[in-house]
Design a protein around this ligand. Structure first.
Ligand code: 5GP
Ligand code: ZN
Length: 128
């Protein structure tokens, strides 16, 4: 995909801070990190989102996420992490080449993902 920044990164036509790669997957530091070692894991082929990506690529991405979180634990002592994928504009996806965020977390990092919860929706579980 010509206009895709992540395709350009994979092709070496845009700079990136590579962490790891396999034949199918590329991992690099997020340019606007939430915390140190905030990493993006992407397929080398262009797929838009979770609906678009084939299962094989998703498995390959999953293996790299497991590998890197283990590596960060062993080498850096990172033991708290959020794995995030946003798929779709209304789900706050900004770059439309599927990616998984590995966001290391630690006490006092000033970050906070806060969900508004709706216990009253339990009434609708049977319908759902
Ligand atoms: P999204 O909101 O789509 O889940 O996340 C997109 C992420 O890609 C953001 O965290 C953003 O900082 C990152 N990003 C956007 N452009 C670039 C880039 O050119 N290089 C790198 N390394 N990260 C990028
Ligand atoms: Zn792409």
């Amino acid at each position: 995909m010509q206009d895709c920044i992540f395709c350009k990164i994979v092709a070496g036509k845009a700079p990136s801070w590579k962490v790891y790669e396999t034949d199918r997957v590329y991992a690099f530091l997020d340019i606007n990190p939430v915390n140190p070692y905030h990493t993006l894991v992407i397929p080398k082929s262009h797929y838009k989102d979770i609906y678009d990506v084939p299962e094989g690529d998703l498995r390959a991405i999953s293996s790299v996420i497991k590998y890197l979180t283990t590596l960060y634990q062993e080498k850096l002592g990172i033991r708290n992490v959020q794995i995030i994928n946003n798929s779709g504009k209304e789900a706050q996806q900004d770059v439309f080449h599927i990616h998984f965020h590995i966001v290391p977390r630690h006490l006092g990092d000033g970050q906070n993902i806060h969900w508004e919860t709706h216990p009253e929706m339990r009434d609708k579980f049977d319908q759902m």
